[in-house]
Design a protein around this ligand. Sequence first.
Ligand SMILES: [Zn+2]
Length: 214
Amino acid sequence: MQDINKLLKETNLTRGKEDTWTWERDKLGDYSTSSGYTALVQQQPSPYRQVFEKIWNPLIPHKVCGFTWLLLLDRIPSKFNLLKRGLIKKMEAVKCSLCGRNVEDSNHLFLHCSVTIKIWSMCFEWWGFSTAIAGSCWDSFIQHESLATKSSERLGWIIVWFSLVWTIWTTRNEVIFRGKSMDLTKTFDQVQAQAFLWVKSKERKYISASLIGS
Ligand SMILES: [Zn+2]
């Protein structure tokens, strides 16, 4: 009630003018999904706000950014989430698709699984970093960027994070739906190749756009 009174006191009413809806976050007063998303993100406390701003990386395919967003909100269809929604009925059916031992929730599958840890170690070794695996996917995203102290390495290292989680997810799906087995070396190669391709493909688009524009 106090909030309504405060709002009414600050409002100047004009006689003879029809009431209209206005979205204050936009100069023209029009609502858009992007301005709505920005408004919601700005209300988030730190460091969540910064993470939400960074997951929509222009170098990363939209579907991967969207997947990352769901992952950080723990909305991906991991076996444990499917159990919570009643789509998997038996507790025995939620064993991790990669190690076959622990419950497959997001933090286990992407960070603490004995198989996944090896891929992370390969990536850390590749970049010459040494660190412990984070406790949650949120912490992993924040910790990952902080490891690259040189600005010249930071962008590439962040792309590796996206490539790694996307590769883990697609490989896990191939294990479940196509009966494939996971090969650590091949998976690591895929993380590297995919990160490289994402950067190269965007570079080509920028070059093409600048050539057309010139
Ligand atoms: Zn596992």
